[in-house]
Design a binder for this molecule. Structure first.
Ligand code: FES
Ligand code: FES
Length: 189
């Protein structure tokens, strides 16, 4: 069957079997490997993408079910003016560890901030509660989302943390890892 899904603002079509999962459509048919695939049993949440703005586990959705709808993946987080504040927040606060859960975490954070620009820590933790981080580093992930809430928009060409001088302020950690931008944009498969 033919499916057409608007992915990151662009209509993408493919001929697929009726049982074809959305995660496979994204990764195998479109080559968008920033969406990670872990358990395949709807437990880990690493495959989360946004379907019409809402976080969904793309291993639980058929590509056919998403046909005619809009999907946003980690590759679609970065805008014309640069990284999404959520991506910058993960870099600033060392929310990136092994990076496996990161794309789904960032997309869930983006959906949360879109409906609630100033979430409390419990609200952040509840939002990401369906997603497992095997690196057990939830503290820095929560900090990353809090950072993004404090920096709703980055200025074109702006430097990380320059708006309030708070880069790394919370824990005194060293500068962000060199691979953090690639990990946070889905360019590191
Ligand atoms: S791969 Fe989809 S929830 Fe684990
Ligand atoms: S950063 Fe490794 S699984 Fe979350």
């Amino acid at each position: 069957m033919q499916v057409t899904i608007k992915v990151n603002g662009e209509d993408r079509s493919a001929e697929v079997e009726a049982r074809h999962l959305l995660v496979r459509f994204l990764r195998d048919d479109l080559g968008l490997t920033g969406t990670h695939w872990g358990c395949d049993t709807s437990n880990c949440g690493t495959c989360v993408v946004l379907l019409d703005g809402e976080p969904v586990k793309s291993c639980t959705i058929l590509a056919a079910m998403a046909s005619g709808h809009e999907v946003r993946t980690v590759e679609g987080l970065e805008g014309a003016e640069g990284l999404d504040p959520v991506q910058q927040g993960f870099i600033e606060n060392h929310g990136l560890q092994c990076g496996f859960c990161t794309p789904g975490m960032m997309l869930t954070a983006r959906a949360l901030l879109d409906r609630n620009p100033d979430p409390s820590e419990p609200e952040i933790r509840e939002a990401i509660s369906g997603q497992l981080c095997r690196c057990t580093g939830y503290l820095n992930i929560v900090r990353a989302v809090q950072w993004a809430a404090r920096h709703p928009a980055q200025q074109p060409g702006g430097q990380p943390g320059e708006q309030d001088g708070q880069a790394g302020e919370q824990d005194g950690q060293a500068a962000a890892r060199a691979d953090a931008p690639a990990e946070s944009t889905g360019r590191a498969a």
